[in-house]
Write a protein that binds this ligand. Sequence first.
Ligand code: XMP
Length: 323
Amino acid sequence: DWTTGNVIEEQVEAIREQVGDRRAICGLSGGVDSAVAAALVQKAIGSQLTCVYVDHGLMRKGETEQVEKDFVAATGVQLKVVDASERFLAALKGVSDPEEKRKIIGREFIRVFEQAQAEIIADEGPAVEFLVQGTLYPDVVESGGGTGTANIKSHHNVGGLPEDLEFQLIEPLRQLFKDEVRRVGQELGLPDEIVQRQPFPGPGLGIRIVGEVTKERLDLLREADAIARAELTAAGLDRDIWQCPVVLLADVRSVGVQGDGRTYGHPVVLRPVSSEDAMTADWSRLPYDVLAKISTRITNEVRDVNRVVLDVTSKPPGTIEWE
Ligand code: XMP
């Protein structure tokens, strides 16, 4: 019968058998699924696994460090980090259209990942023949249950793979639901911040800035987002809400007053939602005092943001993300 211990043992055994003395690669996104999949494979084959983390510069505050430091400390995994933030910013320069942004981010991601992959393959050592994927049971069902191919919702995963894939896939989470994956991750000793993480889109903050993505705007949004997250956590609301995107309306300005002076800054939108599966969602009825705290802190602490607004739209008709 089902225990996390059994699942881990079984998978470790199966992965060892599958990989033999060859090598595997795994892309880490900062999300739960890729982290747990990587940790499981690491447990099975140790240094025959190399993880790749593409830092696109669109992560939230502290998330890249979480992967680079905490995840590595917890697993001992061999990690190759590629800092590609300049490249992503350059590619996104002048672009405001949401679909355009998504395409650019997806395209650049694949290019950077493939290059890292090529470098790992070129290293001394046994053949690299496997790619680890954090595919879950619901993904398998959704895509018709096919095996052995990379079945990824292309618009949904920045790690979407190129068509001409010459790897065999290792998908140790194929039989698991999300809550089971979290338990396996916990059992493997991953930090709570990774295992309990709420959904975050592959294109990251790039699709939470309405308007052009620039370094300054990203820094500003990172600050506002960190405050909202900290206050929601402090209020014990993480389990009640599905996620709470914070969106910067970078092309909008409004007049405000602070101290003795007039301000002319940007609004940020709080988008707290409740949901079962992200297909539909309702806006979360957050306590007013929590909203007040977030608003006060953001307008006090984040330069150039002088207004905080609350999104009270369900999905449908609104999507969870603004772009
Ligand atoms: P929407 O905005 O479509 O979002 O209501 C539904 C859920 O999917 C997440 N999301 C993404 N996740 N890559 C991802 O990995 C993406 O491109 C992407 N777009 C949206 C969103 O955060 C929400 O949980």
